[in-house]
Design a protein around this ligand. Structure first.
Ligand SMILES: [Zn+2]
Length: 475
């Protein structure tokens, strides 16, 4: 802002000199010039936000009231513990999953029959730890198939619907799990409600996982199934604990920051891939990390008053999540979590101690905040789903010693892109700093590959960008 004002003042001085010389007296012209100069300085200093009105309209459909209704209904099942009752129509995990499924099924008509809602059912053997006997577990899943048969990308959003209290084996007591993780499941259900009315090139998948608290069993099972059945899980946005905006101990009230946890080094990396990564210094360039940068860019583009914070970690200390089984199977997956946590309202028996009410209750969820996080998820999913597929065979030429950078790639399958962005940043920078638009399938830049990171993404005529691809060394 200092720079802006500074530039503005210089421009104003310049303007007044023009006025003195030309002795302009028409106030209208002066105002026009001032406004023009101000806009000029703004454009000069700021990045351009290219918002697609269609995506903005979808973003605006995310309702805080609807999210609140979903969270309260999930809490009403008393407990959603993975080993709790499956027969009652009103309490326990059976009632909860039947309700989530039936809510998703309400969207089938609006999708003109395209939305496919199902249980992903499996038997989890006893593990001698948090599963004492073999248990039939069920993820709830809704798939909205893409309209382009050449586009196999599946863009997945998830949360986990199971809940717990202090004792992870307690299957009876009130375990509201409003924030952990009815908030994430509410986001999934809200996106399913809104997006199933539309058609996208890529396939969208909405999942409520089971068994997270017992050992990530729902996600592990689905990730293995996805691998075995050859699904192209292009991106998984796993939302776990996304509804609280208050920091315990720090007393921070912050309803605008959200964290994206991402691995720089893929969990399923082979030895050869590790060697290539170490050689190129690509420790911060893994697909999950690239997805996190993309989420920051697109999320902040479409959601006002939201700061997306990249955390260069798989997850928090002592904690894990459903994104990791997908990373381990070679898919691109990140965790979305609130910035400031209140641990008195996670995994706690509902009780009052010294006048303080412990427990993960729905009245402590910040639904405006949850709405923003849900909107971020929606904007990212739709922007990817509408974008061309990513460029293929992206190579950075290493055939000789040069201070230039030569990048080459081949056109993606499916919808033809309008062009490509070649992304560039300093190796010490967290986010991309420059984007060069090219229509060719190669680019030569007067910047050394030794001194910068580069990547390439495809873009259509409306500015929908694909996920970015990091070049491999080649000729
Ligand atoms: Zn959780």
């Amino acid at each position: 802002m200092f720079v802006n004002l500074h530039v503005l003042l210089i421009n104003c001085n310049f303007l007044f000199r023009i006025l003195q010389i030309k002795k302009m007296k028409k106030l209208k012209s002066v105002i026009f010039l001032l406004v023009s100069l101000f806009s000029y300085t703004q454009t000069f200093a700021q990045r351009v936000e290219n918002r697609d009105p269609f995506i903005l309209e979808l973003v605006n459909q995310v309702s805080d009231k609807q999210l609140e209704t979903y969270v309260h209904k999930m809490v009403s099942f008393q407990t959603r513990h993975t080993l709790s009752d499956t027969l009652s129509a009103t309490t326990g995990i059976g009632a909860a999953r039947n309700w989530i499924k039936s809510e998703m099924e309400k969207n089938i008509a609006g999708s003109k029959g395209r939305l496919q809602v199902s249980f992903d059912t499996f038997v989890q053997p006893a593990d001698g730890r948090r599963v004492t006997v073999p248990v039939t577990m069920k993820n709830v899943m809704a798939v909205l198939p893409g309209k382009n048969p050449e586009d196999k990308r599946m863009i997945m959003v998830s949360g986990h619907y199971d809940s717990r209290v202090t004792d992870v084996m307690n299957t009876k007591d009130f375990a509201p799990g409003a924030n952990d993780d009815a908030s994430g499941v509410a986001a999934v259900m809200e996106l399913c409600r809104i997006l199933s009315k539309y058609e996208f090139d890529a396939t969208l998948v909405f999942v409520a996982f089971v068994g997270e608290e017992q050992g990530l069993y729902g996600a592990t099972n689905l990730a293995k199934r996805a691998k075995a059945e050859g699904w192209n899980v292009h991106l998984l946005l796993n939302n776990d604990i996304v509804g609280n905006s208050y920091g315990m101990e720090t007393d921070i009230k912050d309803n605008r920051s959200v964290r994206i946890f991402s691995e720089g080094v893929p969990a399923g990396e082979t030895a050869a891939q590790a060697n290539a990564r170490i050689s190129a210094g690509n420790d911060t360039e893994g697909p999950a990390r690239q997805a996190a940068r993309y989420i920051k860019e697109v999320g902040e583009r479409y959601v006002d008053q939201l700061d997306v914070k990249l955390i260069y970690r798989r997850d928090r200390y002592l904690r894990g999540g459903d994104h990791t089984p997908f990373s381990q199977q070679g898919f691109t997956a990140v965790r979305v979590t609130e910035m400031n946590e209140d641990f008195r309202r996670q995994h706690q028996d509902v009780r009052t101690e010294n006048g303080f009410k412990f427990g993960d209750l729905p009245e402590y969820v910040d639904y405006t905040y949850l709405q923003k996080v849900s909107r971020m998820n929606l904007a990212v999913m739709v922007n990817v789903a509408m974008a061309p597929q990513e460029p293929e065979n992206v190579v950075v030429s290493t055939s000789g010693l040069t201070n230039k950078t030569v990048l080459k790639w081949t056109t993606p399958k499916g919808k033809a892109p309008a062009g490509y962005f070649v992304l560039m940043r300093e190796t010490s920078a967290a986010n991309w700093e420059r984007k060069f638009f090219v229509q060719d399938t190669q680019a030569t830049l007067n910047y050394s590959k030794d001194n910068y990171f580069f990547a390439v993404q495809a873009v259509d005529g409306k500015g929908h960008e694909s996920l970015v691809v990091v070049p491999k060394p080649g000729r």
